[in-house]
Design a protein around this ligand. Structure first.
Ligand SMILES: [Zn+2]
Length: 128
């Protein structure tokens, strides 16, 4: 993938990251808007506490958020933001083929092409 395309995906990832941080209450404006806080449990006081520290949250807090679905998503986005600096971004980690722009636009943090992703899901199902 060329540098210009990667730049676009970097922007997209940064935007998604910001949206997610809002959802997690890690950016202050959304902290007191509790109406959209859903099934993540009774962690509202924790979120208020986090807001004091705004964007610079510690490893321990990251670990806490990693336990939630949104937290894992944040982790994947952070990882993708590192990978997007590299010309290998957009290549499948399993078969090295291009993941494809359409898939990356929908899932910019994707590490696998759709074929390998389906295979991985099937392997997971077998293990259950
Ligand atoms: Zn693949």
């Amino acid at each position: 993938m060329n540098a210009k395309e990667r730049q676009q995906f970097e922007k997209l990832l940064t935007k998604k990251r910001d949206e997610l941080l809002h959802e997690l209450g890690l950016i202050e404006e959304s902290t007191f808007n509790t109406s959209n806080r859903d099934s993540t449990g009774d962690n509202s006081s924790y979120a208020v506490h986090l807001a004091d520290q705004a964007s610079d949250f510690s490893e321990r807090e990251k670990a806490f958020h990693f336990a939630s679905r949104e937290g894992r998503y944040l982790h994947h986005i952070d990882e993708a933001l590192r990978r997007v600096k590299n010309p290998d971004y957009g290549k499948c980690h399993s078969c090295s083929h291009d993941i494809g722009l359409e898939r990356l636009k929908a899932v910019p943090h994707a590490r696998l092409c759709i074929k390998c992703k389906i295979k991985e899901e099937e392997e997971k199902k077998k293990q259950l």
